[in-house]
Unconditional design. Sequence first.
Lengths: 651, 101
Amino acid sequence: MINEVSISYLIFLMPLLTFVVNGLFLGKRSAKGAAAFAIVCNGIAFASALFLAVSYFTSGFAPQKAILFEIPFLKFAETFLANIGLLVDPLSIMMLVVVTFISFMVNIYSVGYMRGDRAEGRFFALLSLFSFSMLGLVAATNLFQMFIFWELVGVSSYLLIGFWYHKPSAVSASKQAFILTRFADSFFLLGIVIVSYVVQSFDFATLNALTLSAFQSQVIDLGFITMNKATALVLGGVFIFTGGWGKSAMFPMHIWLPNAMEGPTPVSSIIHSATMVVAGVYLVARLFPFFALSGSTMNLIMVVGAFTMVFAAVIACTQKDIKRILAYSTLSQLGYMMFSLGACRMGDVVIATGWTASTYHIFTHAFFKCSLFLIAGSLIHQVHTNDLDAMGGLRKKMPLTYICALISILAISGIPPFSGFFSKDEIILTAFQGHHYVVFGLALLTSGLTTFYMFRLFFLAFHGAPRSESVKAGHVHEDFFMTLPIAILAIPALASGFAAKDLFEHFFVPDKLNVPQLMMLPEAHWIPYVAVAIAVVALLIAWVLYASPKAKVDRALDDINRSSIYKVIYHKFYFDEIYYAVVRQFVIGGIARVARFIQDYIIEGILAFVVWFVHKLGDLVRTAQSGNLTFYLGTLVVGVLLWRFLGQLPF
Amino acid sequence: MTLMNVLILSFILFGIGLWGLMRRRHLVGMLISTEIMLNAANMNFIAFAYFSAKDATAGSVFSIFVIAVTACEMAVALAIIVSMYRRRKSLDVEQLRDLHD
């Protein structure tokens, strides 16, 4: 596998090289050069990842794990290492290909989208920093490496959301995203500390091979608290999941993701829909046998995922900002992936289909959601607003974009044979097989809601009469650099479902589970028909409301003369306001005030006392330097006498 | 005349010198007091040489040596005092307090 090793270095080094070269040298001199360099390097990275994937899946080695390279990084003890390496298994290979591909596409797209921006070079540098961090996260061989890159990804997300730092809204959105994910990450770190203390290892292989019964009899004694090691492991698992909870923006830590749409659209496309936000799902999938040890953790994952899925879909039905619709749609899809992992546990046994379904959905979702965001970016670039109020009638002006949008929207709606149908079907099937009937019902309902809000967006943006001056005046056109990636992405959005179905069914199984696994599962052939029927009904409702000849578009876009329920949903259940209120009352008014008191009176008080004491001591010494010779002589004599006679004393 | 008598005398002389050094405000007075203290020490030299040493020559030679060195010191000290007087028109130590804090 010598070729594969050297190629796999390329996957990581190319984005890093782009970041360094563009960030330090090229970016300021020539925006065009920076863009070209970024595209070439990310293209090479994508080609390497693709080559690695092909050789991995065709070599017959496939479902096994291997560590292609590992560089020693930190050595806590002889057997307690944190290395940085590349773990190769179907999941990580799939993610490597997806990340490099999306990154390649988004880099091309950014040439058109960022043209003329005053900091184009910086943009390309940061985009590559993100790719590098995400690849390192995906390739992690142990929890520690994952955490390092997890934070790097968070930083690049922060930098890119706040890319237009002259906009106050972008600055506050970037801070919000950073602080909220940091809040979740602090639990993640705590979880790593607990788990690695119990297990004495960071390695995924070790963690996934654990059984709780081995730790049942051991106790951690911290003096003030004693805890069973098995309980500590479960608690650590919940904390680690909390990291993913925040990063994947699950309810109630979801508010940062819609606000993160303040960043440039290519950033929303790569970071806040296709790759970074699935890191939380990826974390759970990577440590699946570890999480599967505890039924309550799995239930928590399922409930959080399922609730976010419905909650976000409901909000998306009322929004008018197209990027926010897509952001809530991302939340909803992430909820699908998350609950699918959690739904794998039924009672004491575990089924593996949810894992396959979830990873499958990561794969298909990346393409169609990235494509949808790029399309949204194209529209915004032409119409100069995010608002559906000012769109409409774009079908004639942007025909290629229109077709690609239709493909991606059919994919996310789960209409066969588009990609989303296959993965979403598997997820719904998992909920059914796991006997989680409430979640199963919610998943079907959300599938209908998804179709509804996506077609609402589609009809309001592309159909009907133009509502904006620039569309009427005919300024709207399709940019080559922006339409090319959209067109390319339409191919996997259409085909990645059925093309990769065999691959996922063959190779994508979780690691060996240490809990009883149920192999014989009921098949439910009627589910796809029901799901498609719901989707079609939702599509027809959307058509009647927004695109049929009788549709009242003005009424649809009116958000003032509405019932109170609509208003509550339109204002996102007032979650932003609740957050601000909590932050203002509790954090600023409570914790900050206590901290301020401690700072002002206790810490500064101690400091002031030390200063006063040293000052007084100095005064004492200073008054001795009077310049009075007699005084000097007197002290000299007294000193000599004292020294002479005290020396004789018994002490 | 015993060793003790001489030692008491030199102790008194030393005390006088010390007292003068501490009480005098004039630099020349202080210089004279120093000279008295030095002579008290010198007298001890001679007394010990006379009463308890086998050979009294070494003590006598040393005391002459001390006198010679003292004379040199005095010359230097007087030179400094003279130049100080020229500079400040005063030799009162109460006023020479430039180095206090």
